[in-house]
Design a binder for this molecule. Structure first.
Ligand code: NDP
Length: 233
């Protein structure tokens, strides 16, 4: 049984990944920032914009289920606005959560993984990081930057059998897209080859593979799960 931690695992894509890994037999902890932790999973409160909070969350998980062997950095936000109207604050908030938050989690997780000489780091990015999207300059920048972060850490940790991969979902039905208008959804769906949105379970299946031994020769990879959105990048 491996020790797994999924950030933002209280709902949406993170919860589906956590449940899928728990089903597979892993000991799975999730972080939650607001509300209550999901039933049946070990929940730790954590805000990824705060280094101390990340450190404390990891310490609690280590006590409960041992050093984290699989870390899924999934917590993320959007704060959409056209670039010309976007303030530093709008931009910085998204970078602090999506990019810096992932970095804080990966750095905290990597020490124990390097010592154990095995580990899986998985970053949840977005096809928007590759294709771009109007109104999402901050979000797209934060997500494409995860690729450089993953690939640099992949080089640093590869000899220790720690792999670092990026999962890039396309449009997935979760709370995150509730504010997306029907018109925009239809446009986005037209940009997919499969002609539909994806489900959290479809993302979780790929995460499960990337977290497993079956992906042992993959590192620094960007794996889109977007029905064809952003393909070819
Ligand atoms: P949700 O809005 O449903 O969930 C976001 C999760 O991130 C929540 O668990 C939330 O916690 C957590 N979170 C946000 N900010 C912080 C923070 N500062 N510290 C800790 N946790 C935080 O979104 P999704 O499930 O859709 O998104 C999950 C990931 O997938 C994100 O990184 C997103 O960018 C990415 N993604 C989503 C797509 C989609 O179409 N849905 C497409 C491509 C990528 P809380 O509940 O406490 O707020």
């Amino acid at each position: 049984m491996r020790s797994v931690l999924v950030t933002g695992g209280n709902r949406g894509i993170g919860l589906a990944i956590a449940r899928s890994l728990a089903e597979r037999g892993d000991r799975v902890a999730v972080t939650y920032r607001t509300g209550e932790p999901p039933q049946g999973l070990f929940g730790v409160r954590c805000d990824v914009t705060d280094e101390k909070s990340v450190d404390e969350a990891f310490s609690q998980v280590e006590q409960e289920q041992g050093p984290v062997e699989v870390a899924v950095a999934n917590a993320g936000i959007t704060h959409d606005r056209l670039a010309l109207a976007m303030t530093d604050e709008d931009f910085g908030r998204v970078i602090d959560t999506n990019l810096m938050g992932t970095f804080r989690v990966a750095r905290r997780a990597a020490t124990a993984m390097a010592t154990a000489r095995w580990g899986r780091l998985l970053f949840v990015a977005s096809t928007v990081g590759m294709a771009g999207s109007p109104g999402q300059a901050n979000y797209a920048a934060s997500k494409s930057a995860l690729i450089g972060l993953a690939r640099s850490m992949a080089w640093e940790l590869g000899r220790r059998k720690v792999t670092v991969n990026v999962l890039a979902p396309g449009l997935i039905e979760t709370d995150m897209i509730t504010h997306v208008s029907e018109k925009r959804r239809a446009e986005l769906i037209r940009e997919t080859a499969l002609g539909r949105m994806g489900t959290t379970e479809e993302v979780a299946q790929v995460a499960r593979f990337l977290a497993s031994d079956a992906s042992s020769f993959m590192t620094g990879a960007v794996v889109p799960v977007g029905g064809g959105h952003g393909m070819g990048h």
